[in-house]
Ligand binder design. Sequence first.
Ligand SMILES: O=C(O)[C@@H](O)C(=O)CO
Ligand SMILES: [Mg+2]
Length: 260
Amino acid sequence: MPRFAANLSLMFNENAFLDRFDAAAAAGFTAVEFLFPYDHSPEDIAERLRRNNLVQALFNLPPGDWAAGEKGFAARPDKFEELQQSLRIALPYALATGVKRVHLMAGIADRNDVAAVVAFRRSLAVAAHFFAPHGIDVVIEPLNKRDVAGYFLDDFEFARDLIRELDVPNVKLQFDVYHCQILHGDVAMRLREMMPIVGHIQIASVPSRNEPDSEELNYPFLFEEFDRLGYAGFVGAEYRPRGATVDGLGWFAPYAGTRT
Ligand SMILES: O=C(O)[C@@H](O)C(=O)CO
Ligand SMILES: [Mg+2]
């Protein structure tokens, strides 16, 4: 049975950020993820996890100036120092929360630019080396071009080939089903093929990015497929609720309270 993590950047926005941990636990989630914890102290976040008996499934490394459109630095040869600094900023959060995977964002760069490809490969290797002693995986996530125009990593096969080529055990793929369907389709076949390198899965309806209960994809089939493929990681519910978060949790009812 899939283990779902509530994405607290998108869900439970009726509450202040720290209160979303309590709301997710009250709704039956046993794990959470979010984009960025950096406006709060590691201790405050760890305390919310502890008091709600929640597992931290994932968070992203600092992306730079998000409000100004920055989406990370990994493929930016001109930003290697910021990249290294971002690893140091994230580490205390990783240690305090006990997270086992962090998302390294590629940034806005041209995938046809050899310097960007070289920078991305180097950043990924450096980040993996940095987190390996702590037992933490580094995951990379292709994003669709409609939501994030100009994002370097916009192709699942490119990501797969790079991960295979690097061949570093703690580098994995963040398989966001929503992005995969928009970019390529053929989600189940891609999952089957890429499962050995998948370190995290995320879900949402396509095309609206709402609850995973309608529209283009058949999620009950995909949830069973995750099990058939032996996926033992977390599935991040990374969607924008259509209304109040708790009113849209019908899809989650059979899984509430699941820990293993
Ligand atoms: O899919 C997404 O948008 C996120 O998982 C993310 O990390 C980048 O915005
Ligand atoms: Mg995602």
